[in-house]
Design a protein around this ligand. Structure first.
Ligand code: AHR
Length: 510
């Protein structure tokens, strides 16, 4: 049986400009994200700074715009001053978030210089778990201050005269989570974030600040947390964070495939909470959402979870932590999550796929060995490459299904962008159904040509670790689409989507 759906597109119906920062990622001092991930001085590809060139090349191919650092949960007990200066003088410490010995070999300067060399924008987080206003303001001065004051001169003494000009700053991480070292209630956190943010902007008024939202839509204080935190921080913050991880529970494929509907509802609720605070304050300020952690994460298996229980010993030497192995099904879900982000481009200018290397990541490495792409690499890289200009406000008329986790959801989702300068069109279509769907694109008053496409089709094969398995999975589920499939008649274009697939079309709209 082939289902049918209609997508209505008009070039004047738009969502908003697509900010390149939507294609961010994340490197935390967690497991092997840093050590034997981006950094491995003994690796054959290592540059003169000790960073792996093979990983840097894949990062560039992935099209990542922003990289968040150094955490995550890690940041909540991080003393940044211990990670700068001569490496030989730096002391290891016990990172309480992941109960791992952090050698402090890579710190602020190493990361920021790596980001600069690789052309990615850094997004720094400050510790509002065990530390506060002074340490946060000092770090902004260390990174962005002109020489001639205490912390800026420390940077100069450490070999870097020019300020880094870090624009994006997170005020802590998931501060509502009981797992967070130094967790706080909304008022405690809100007041601290307001004062830290105020001091940070007094050091550098050009920075953008992200307040911690709830660490998930399922948190008992979700909504109320956003309200309280934004009431406190309204004058200083620019964005509020959202974090979400999705996984398949008990073989419930339909719910998993509809994860992006949950993300969409999450974004809408955070936006509604922010706008409610604006209304109470009679303010025209518009707070936007920094979706700075999102991905598929098998918390209940596959990656092995995090050794946060006190029973587990403290680990050393970059242990393997949450190294999830992804399938083509996961990649279809990742593609669909990107569809949701694009459809909310007006209120989500910034997002980070968590994470970049080894830790729930599109890029994997072996110490001293190969690096490779997981299936999830491809929808991200393709969207980052094709989505340009303005996101269009599409109307999708599709059959629905009722899922256990999310209730009624559409079986087809769509997003499109158009570059007004060149007319380049990108059209992203997900078919969540176990049946093929014929999609008719109704492009009112515009000429659309679909020129080529790449497609990920889910399968039922288990994800298996290793470069050969990943390459095989990709070869069988990912590839170019035959354009003979496109049927055009006047203002209508029809394509058929295979079951459980994600497709990215490129073309023109005039
Ligand atoms: O990305 C892994 C962890 O997930 C981060 O450290 C934390 O912020 C979130 O809970």
């Amino acid at each position: 049986m082939t289902l049918s759906a209609t997508v209505l597109m008009h070039p004047r119906f738009t969502v908003g400009a697509v900010d390149r920062r939507l294609f961010g990622s994340f490197v935390e001092h967690l497991g092997r994200a840093v050590y034997t991930g981006i950094y491995e001085p003994t690796h054959t590809t290592a540059d003169e700074h000790g960073f792996r060139k093979d990983v840097a090349d894949l990062t560039r191919e992935l099209g990542v715009s922003v990289v968040r650092y150094p955490g995550g949960n890690f940041v909540s007990n991080y003393v940044w001053e211990d990670g700068v200066g001569p490496v030989a003088d730096r002391k290891p410490f016990i990172d309480l978030a992941w109960r791992t010995v952090e050698p402090n070999t890579v710190g602020t300067d190493e990361f920021l210089q790596w980001a600069e060399r690789e052309g990615v924008e850094p997004m720094m987080a400050v510790n509002l778990g065990t530390r506060g206003v002074a340490a946060a303001a000092a770090l902004v001065e260390y990174c962005n201050g002109e020489p001639g004051t205490r912390w800026a001169d420390m940077r100069v003494a450490n070999g870097r005269t020019e300020p880094y000009g870090v624009r994006l700053w997170c005020l802590g991480n998931e501060m509502d989570g009981p797992w967070q070292v130094g967790a706080k209630d909304a008022l405690e956190y809100g007041r601290l974030a307001a004062e830290a943010g105020k001091a940070m902007k007094l050091v550098d008024p050009t920075i953008e600040l992200v307040a911690c939202g709830s660490s998930g839509m399922g948190m008992p204080t979700f909504g109320e947390w956003e309200r309280t935190v934004l009431e406190c921080t309204w004058d200083v913050v620019d964005h509020i964070s959202a974090h979400a991880y999705y996984e398949e529970h008990d073989g419930d494929r339909a719910s998993f495939l509809a994860s992006a509907t949950s993300m969409d509802r999450f974004i809408r609720r955070v936006v509604a909470s922010a706008d409610a605070v604006a209304a109470r304050k009679r303010s025209d300020k518009q707070i936007t959402v920094s979706f700075d952690e999102w991905n598929v994460w098998y918390m209940t298996g596959r990656g092995g979870g995090a050794p946060t229980s006190s029973a587990a010993g403290i680990q050393r030497d970059a242990p393997r932590i949450i190294e999830d192995v992804y399938s083509a099904l996961d990649a279809v879900v990742v593609g669909d999550l990107l569809v949701t982000l694009l459809n909310n481009a007006d209120r989500v200018p910034l997002a980070c796929l968590a994470q970049l290397v080894n830790v729930i990541a599109p890029i994997m490495t072996e110490p001293g060995g190969e690096s490779w792409r997981q299936p999830t690499f491809h929808p991200f890289a393709t969207t980052a490459e094709l989505a340009r200009g303005t996101a269009l406000d599409l109307r999708v008329d599709a059959p629905t299904t009722t899922t256990k986790e999310h209730g009624e959801v559409p079986l087809v989702t769509a997003a499109a962008t158009v570059d007004e300068q060149t007319g380049a069109l990108a059209l992203f279509l997900t078919n969540r159904s176990p049946e093929p769907v014929e999609v008719t694109l109704d492009h009112l008053g515009a000429q659309v040509t679909l020129e080529g496409a790449k497609r990920m089709v889910a399968d039922h094969d288990p994800a298996v670790h290793g470069p050969e398995h990943a390459a095989q999975a990709i070869a069988s589920c990912w590839g170019e689409v035959d354009t003979a499939d496109v049927r055009s008649e006047g203002n209508r274009t029809t394509v058929t989507l295979p079951a459980e697939s994600w497709t990215a079309w490129n073309g023109t709209l005039r």
